[in-house]
Design a protein around this ligand. Structure first.
Ligand SMILES: [Zn+2]
Length: 262
């Protein structure tokens, strides 16, 4: 599938309501995010606990692409992997990134019982039974995203510090900095409880290939930490500062899908 080049974003003229014009998948019936009504979630007793084993040496760089802050990992072999839960095999960690709001009452993509969190962390993994990542994003079982909500409060998750102290080095779009020796499992909350459903990427082209594993317990961040994310610019260095905020897609129709829990 090829698409005409189109600069999508989160503003009125290029935002989520218009993505389908260039990316028809965005109007599909298995889109993400969704609103989760915790009372409607069904028990699935076949669901297993999930496990991550991440190699800190796989972390490579941190970057600002004008739409998010992303950490990239070496995924050339089964080095950092996610398995169990709803997954049929092991999945390789490729990158993590964040979605966040201009204020603390919005920023997450998934919504739980009507509540939007201040942010949402996505750890993206792909299924190496497909020959490469480009192939995996075309397969139903190609990609698994572990999602963790960010909630402003106390006591804070100190482990967020490492990423946020690097934010100064990637202030503007196109900036990239080395980010060696990082194990993202330090960001996990205590509880491994999750909801799962099948959906899509939340950014164009919105391919419907994602097994979502959404952790029910949020991690706690401080107002200062959120301010650091909001200090990134969606513009390049030689352009005026434009805060990179509200890079979230609102919930999409659920149709016949119902999230499950173990
Ligand atoms: Zn994401």
């Amino acid at each position: 599938m090829s698409h005409p080049p189109c600069p999508w974003g989160y503003e009125k003229h290029n935002g989520p309501d218009r993505w389908y014009e260039y990316y028809p998948s965005a109007k599909g019936h298995n889109q993400s995010p969704i609103e989760i009504n915790s009372k409607e979630v069904h028990y699935d007793h076949s669901l297993l606990p999930w496990f991550a084993s991440y190699d800190p040496g796989a972390a490579k760089t941190i970057l600002n692409n004008g739409r998010t802050c992303k950490v990239v990992f070496d995924d050339t072999f089964d080095r950092s992997v996610l398995r169990g839960g709803p997954l049929p095999g092991i999945y390789r960690l490729r990158q993590l990134h964040f979605h966040w709001g201009s204020s603390d009452d919005q920023g997450s993509e998934h919504v739980v019982d009507g509540v939007k969190y201040a942010g949402e962390l996505h750890l993206l993994h792909w299924n190496p039974k497909h020959s490469n990542y480009a192939d995996a994003v075309r397969r139903y079982d190609g990609v698994a995203i572990l999602a963790i909500f960010l909630k402003v409060g106390k006591p804070i998750k100190r482990e967020m510090k490492r990423i946020l102290e690097e934010v100064g080095a990637i202030k503007s779009k196109g900036k990239e900095a080395p980010f060696p020796n990082f194990d993202p499992s330090i960001l996990f909350p205590k509880s491994r409880d999750y909801w799962t459903y099948h959906g899509s990427f939340t950014t164009p082209p919105c391919e419907e290939v994602i097994t979502w594993i959404i952790l029910r317990e949020p991690i706690i961040v401080s107002p200062d930490q959120m301010a650091k994310l909001r200090s990134l610019s969606m513009n390049s260095e030689n352009e005026p500062f434009r805060p990179l905020v509200d890079n979230w897609r609102p919930p999409q129709p659920r149709y016949y899908r119902m999230p499950a829990k173990a």
